[in-house]
Ligand binder design. Structure first.
Ligand SMILES: N[C@@H](CCC(=O)N[C@@H](CS)C(=O)NCC(=O)O)C(=O)O
Length: 203
């Protein structure tokens, strides 16, 4: 029996889980259930497993449902005995910090996208999201060498998925011009099969 993953090919949070599953060789243990999660339209079928109506949600073989993406990724890593969540303090806190950094950037980008799609976006809010995003990119550009030199972890996965989402939904931002070292790091990361096989689909 497989574990059921509420999934979408476009969600960057789901992508984190899928990258982990690829890296940990757990793909065949997952049954992907296409679930539409939209802030304005809670999905009743999804809410049976996750009352927050969010994806990813992972339903284990005994029916226990795990969320959010951070919890699911750590669960998969434990299940496979992987090293995506380092345990030695020096690597652990950096990995968890980058994980939170990537998720935090994603949270801002999702809210920014929602706001800009409203009929009358709140300019101050849109400007604040852009300011924070550009500050994150500057900071991460300064950390590109550390990212390259640190063993691959959940931190790299979260940041890679956030930057992939920038490419997917924020083409006009041209972020690579202002963060060239980070762009080079992402180019290398994107060569991993786990990233290539989870690229968000257009539409
Ligand atoms: N913190 C959550 C965020 C998940 C999330 O917001 N997913 C989006 C799809 S990309 C969603 O389900 N949105 C529906 C909603 O917010 O109602 C995680 O890391 O899993």
């Amino acid at each position: 029996m497989a574990m059921k993953l509420h999934w979408s090919p476009k969600s960057p949070y789901v992508r984190k889980v899928m990258v982990c599953a690829h890296e940990l060789n757990l793909l065949e243990r997952l049954e992907l259930v296409r679930s539409v999660a939209a802030m304005l339209k809670p999905n009743e079928r999804l809410m049976v497993d996750n009352p927050l109506s969010k994806i990813p949600t992972l339903v284990l073989e005994d029916g226990f449902a795990l969320f959010d993406s951070a919890v699911i990724c750590e669960y998969l890593n434990d299940l496979a005995g992987g090293s995506l969540f380092p345990t030695q303090p020096a690597d652990k806190w950096q990995a968890l910090r980058w994980h939170a950094f990537g998720d935090g950037l994603l949270d801002a980008l999702i809210l920014w996208r929602n706001e800009r799609e409203r009929e009358v976006p709140l300019t101050a809010l849109v400007n604040a999201f852009e300011l924070k995003t550009r500050a994150c990119l500057r900071q991460l550009d300064d950390e590109a060498q550390a990212l390259t030199e640190t063993p691959f972890s959940i931190g790299h996965i979260a940041l890679g998925c956030s930057l992939g989402y920038l490419d997917y939904r924020f083409d006009g931002l041209r972020w690579r011009e202002s963060a060239p070292r980070l762009a080079d790091w992402l180019t290398e990361l994107a060569k991993r099969p786990s990233f290539q096989q989870t690229e968000p689909v257009n539409g």
